[in-house]
Design a protein around this ligand. Structure first.
Ligand code: SAH
Length: 213
């Protein structure tokens, strides 16, 4: 299969999983997932619809899950977005195409450094990276129009709920780390929060404190 055929198949897989938003599909067509996967044995799997291992024992999410989460987030061009769980940086790069500014945070400094190098190489100047425990959000940058959490929490973290603007949306996998989790969309209203359950997912756990490698 040549690259054009791989890309066609990739976009077909996204559509067949319900990713229909043309802005999301365009962003996913433009950002080369191979740039975020470790070289060698996995590079030629970059366009398969499966999660892949990255450093620090973490994973780059399955493309259809990235598509579904991005679509559910309904990002608008003027939005300020927080991502908790930079990982490879792939999700943040997709968001950079849709939002005004993306803040992404991971507990592993090595992952943040590697992702930053790819953002710089792609000239994604609207992505700002942080090494921190993202379950506390980024109080200095808050509030956010959109928040996406790409690690599973037992409950949507309170500080993230508080850092969401009124009218804002958060997408977060919720559940025990060793079980199937539920992808939840939280919408903040003036009077409180609404919750929708979107679909079952499987993510690595949201852990406390900084990661050591
Ligand atoms: N969005 C990533 C995939 C994330 S994998 C991508 O596109 O590749 C989940 C990531 O969440 C891991 O890198 C893990 O280190 C990070 N993580 C887990 N708990 C965290 C926390 N409390 N704060 C910040 N990052 C966390």
């Amino acid at each position: 299969m040549n690259n054009a055929e791989r890309l066609m198949q990739f976009l077909f897989a996204l559509r067949s999983h319900g990713v229909t938003d043309s802005r999301v599909l365009e962003a996913m067509e433009k950002i080369d997932r191979a740039a975020f996967t470790p070289g060698g044995i996995f590079a030629d799997r970059a366009y398969d619809d499966m999660p892949l291992p990255i450093s620090c024992g973490q994973t780059i999410s399955q493309p259809s899950v990235v598509g579904i989460m991005t679509q559910a987030l309904n990002v608008q061009p003027r939005d300020k977005v927080l991502e908790v769980g930079t990982g490879s940086g792939y999700q943040a790069a997709i968001l950079s195409q849709l939002a005004r500014r993306v803040y992404t945070v991971d507990r592993y400094s090595q992952l943040v450094r590697d992702a930053r190098a790819v953002f710089d190489a792609m000239d994604l100047t609207n992505v700002t990276t942080f090494t921190a425990d993202g379950s506390f959000g980024l109080p200095d940058q808050a509030p956010f129009d959109r928040i996406i959490v790409t690690a599973a929490a037992e409950d949507p973290p309170g500080p993230l709920m508080a850092q969401l603007k009124v009218g804002g949306i958060m997408v977060v996998p919720v559940g025990q780390s060793d079980a199937v989790q539920s992808l939840i969309r939280v919408t903040r209203h003036a009077a409180g929060y609404d919750y929708d359950e979107l679909r079952p997912v499987r993510f690595v756990p949201l852990l406390e404190g900084l990661g050591r490698e």
